[in-house]
Ligand binder design. Structure first.
Ligand SMILES: [Zn+2]
Ligand SMILES: [Zn+2]
Length: 207
């Protein structure tokens, strides 16, 4: 097939999708609650109808981080964290948001589907912390882990040191799947990092 034929085929497929009714989550920025599966399905639909090129800035829709397909965390009692992002500002010359203005800037959304709970924030760390308040209340009183001697130069040693430190210093009820670890980072490492605690939970920057 020539490139032109392929292009026509893609165009044909998009038109076929566009002709199919959609009654899922809005194909636009929304602050209403939708489950992670509904948000994923809506973003898939948008891309099937309009293509993947520029889909994030043009749709303003909730989507998962492309590097890790959305951070996840889970507790033994059924809370899950699904993180989504949206471009809630607009630089598109052909868009008119005057009827339903965007808030501006990037937005972060943490969703706990089992509880139909969500929070939207301007800062990623705020959304992550709000989820921990929801799912793991009391985490703010956990002891802060000192910077391990092995630090970032040797990931394996750093993880082993963190596990050992938590085993010695964490209350027994916090030594369970999904528990976070709070760490001192210094001036340039303030992002909360998913899946980096010895329990598979978040590594939360404490400074
Ligand atoms: Zn929950
Ligand atoms: Zn726009």
């Amino acid at each position: 097939m020539t490139a032109e034929t392929l292009f026509d085929l893609a165009e044909f497929e998009r038109e076929a999708v566009a002709a199919t009714a959609w009654d899922g989550a809005p194909l636009a920025y929304t602050t209403s609650y939708y489950s992670p599966a509904e948000l994923d399905a809506a973003f898939d639909r948008y891309r099937a109808e309009f293509g993947g090129f520029g889909c994030i800035p043009r749709s303003h829709m909730w989507h998962r981080n492309s590097y890790n397909q959305g951070e996840r965390a889970a507790t033994a009692d059924g809370h899950e964290l699904h993180m989504f992002y949206a471009d809630a500002w607009c630089k598109e010359a052909d868009h008119d948001h005057s009827a339903d203005p965007l808030p501006g800037g990037g937005r972060y959304q943490a969703v706990c589907p089992g509880c139909a709970w969500h929070v939207i924030s301007e800062r990623e760390n705020d959304a992550v912390e709000a989820w921990h308040d929801h799912a793991l209340p009391g985490w703010r009183s956990l002891p802060i882990m000192p910077r391990p001697a092995a630090a970032a130069t040797d990931e394996k040693k750093a993880r082993a040191a963190a596990a050992k430190w938590c085993a010695a210093n964490y209350p027994a009820e916090w030594q369970r799947p999904g528990s976070p670890v709070r760490t001192i980072r210094g001036p340039h490492g303030g992002r909360h990092v998913e899946s980096r605690s010895p329990f598979g939970g978040y590594d939360l920057a404490a400074d």
